[in-house]
Every structure is written in structure tokens, then in C-alpha cells.
Ligand binder design. Structure first.
Ligand code: ADP
Ligand code: 5GP
Length: 207
């Protein structure tokens, strides 16, 4: 079945579990897609580019966007605001694209409640907590206290795996990417109620 409208693939998981690495690994193999660039108040990290990894704004600007109803969802994560702007997502969905979200567990709850019939969700985890800590330290983009806060958060986030359609344990990156490609393909053919009705109407082409 060819879908006219797009679909959403949510990736969540503790910071350092490998969401960005996995996305980079599969992004060129999963067809027409749009990576939703979130807006955040967190400080920019070394190597990050404004407008590519995030739209970096101050708290005043973020709150203005909240007041103007610009976000599909937003959350306060690790002491900073993060949000998904609704406009580019709507546009990409209209164009039939697979929209990729890297958002936290709170964001997934909102997206699933609002757009559950076109959303597939994946939780990405490191094999163990100690491996997560090791990776965050090796990434060396965050100060020690930031890493400690993220590790503490990870213990809470991991309790919510059951809210997701799939779990990928990112032990071997290549193997994990292979599974993510398969899930991305499946996410595209998830049918919404609207699409089912449309399909049945066009399918019934004889009396
Ligand atoms: P996230 O986007 O979830 O915060 P990253 O993709 O930045 O996580 O990964 C965190 C760190 O772990 C990075 O330095 C990355 O290179 C490394 N990493 C990711 N996946 C693996 C893996 N399967 N094995 C070893 N290191 C990994
Ligand atoms: P980081 O600071 O490591 O880039 O991201 C921290 C956390 O914020 C991650 O769990 C990431 O998935 C989440 N995040 C990033 N953008 C958004 C967003 O727009 N909305 C929500 N709810 N979470 C986000």
C-alpha cells in the first residue's frame, strides 16, 4: 500500500545510549525522511551547529514559543527546555515523509497521545548502566556533574521501556542500525484510520 501521508518514528533513550549515532548510521537508507530539529535552552556543545543539531534559544524565546502554541510537545529535561516545533513536522507529514524524533519519554507520551495512529516508538538503550556511563565519559561533551545527572535520569527513563513499541539494545552499533532500518520501514506502512477509510473507498471499484 502506498501511503499518501507520512508517519512518525520516535527515538528515545538515555542520553549517551546512541540515538544520534544510530540515526547517522541509517538516515541515508530509509527513504524520504525529515529529522525534526528540536529547540532547546541547553548550552551548545562542542561540535554542535545551531540549526543543524538544535535551534539554540534562551529561556525567554522558548517561553514565547510556548505561549504562541508553536510546539507539538515540549518538556523540561536535565534542567533545560526541549521542544518540537509543529510547523515543519506538519509540512513533512503532508509531503509523505517519515518524520524522525529524538525526544525524551515525556515527549513520547505527548506525541503518542496526539498522533498515536501514525507513530511508531523505539527505546534505545546501552547494554548496561556502566557502559552508558563509560560512553558519556568517552564522548567528553559534558562536565562530570552533568554526566552524573544524566546517569541518574537514565535509571528513571529505563523504567518506562514498556511504553514503547520496540526496544533496541545498542551493543554493536552495526547490528543495532540493522534493526532500526527494519523498524523504519515498518513505521512507514503503519496505517491510520483515515488511510484505511480512504483505501477501502478506492478499493471498492466495482458494485
Ligand atoms: P545519544 O545521542 O543517545 O546521546 P550518542 O549517539 O551521542 O548518544 O552516543 C554516545 C557516545 O557513545 C558517543 O561517543 C558514541 O560515539 C558512542 N557510541 C554510540 N553507540 C555505540 C556503540 N554501539 N558502541 C560503543 N560506543 C557507542
Ligand atoms: P541532549 O541534551 O543529550 O541532546 O538531549 C537530552 C534529552 O532531551 C534526550 O533524552 C533527548 O531525546 C531529549 N530531547 C531532545 N529534543 C527534545 C524535544 O524536542 N522534546 C523532548 N521532549 N525531548 C527532547
Amino acid at each position: 500500500m502506498n501511503h499518501k501521508s507520512g508517519a512518525i518514528l520516535v527515538l528515545s533513550g538515555p542520553s549517551g545510549s546512541g540515538k544520534s549515532s544510530l540515526l547517522a548510521e541509517v538516515i541515508n537508507d530509509i527513504g524520504e525522511c525529515y529529522f525534526s530539529i528540536s529547540t532547546t535552552t541547553r548550552p551548545i556543545r562542542k561540535g554542535e551547529v545551531n540549526g543543524v543539531h538544535y535551534h539554540f534559544v534562551d529561556e525567554e524565546e522558548f517561553k514565547k514559543d510556548i505561549d504562541e502554541d508553536q510546539f507539538l510537545e515540549y518538556a523540561f529535561v536535565h534542567g533545560n527546555y526541549y521542544g518540537t516545533s509543529i510547523k515543519p513536522v506538519k509540512k513533512a507529514l503532508k509531503e509523505g515523509k517519515l518524520v524522525l524524533f529524538d525526544i525524551d519519554v515525556q515527549g513520547n507520551t505527548i506525541v503518542t497521545n496526539r498522533l498515536g495512529d501514525i507513530t511508531t516508538s523505539v527505546f534505545i538503550s546501552s547494554p548496561t548502566l556502566s557502559e552508558l556511563k563509560k560512553r558519556l565519559e568517552a564522548r567528553s561533551t559534558d562536565a562530570k556533574e552533568v554526566i552524573d545527572r544524566r546517569v541518574k535520569m537514565a535509571r528513571k527513563e529505563i523504567q518506562r521501556i514498556s511504553e514503547y513499541d520496540y526496544l533496541i539494545v545498542n551493543d554493536d552499533l552495526k547490528k543495532a542500525a540493522k534493526i532500526l532500518r527494519i523498524i523504519a520501514i515498518a513505521a512507514r506502512v503503519k496505517v491510520s484510520d483515515n488511510e484505511i477509510n480512504e483505501f477501502i473507498q478506492t478499493w471498492e471499484d466495482i458494485d
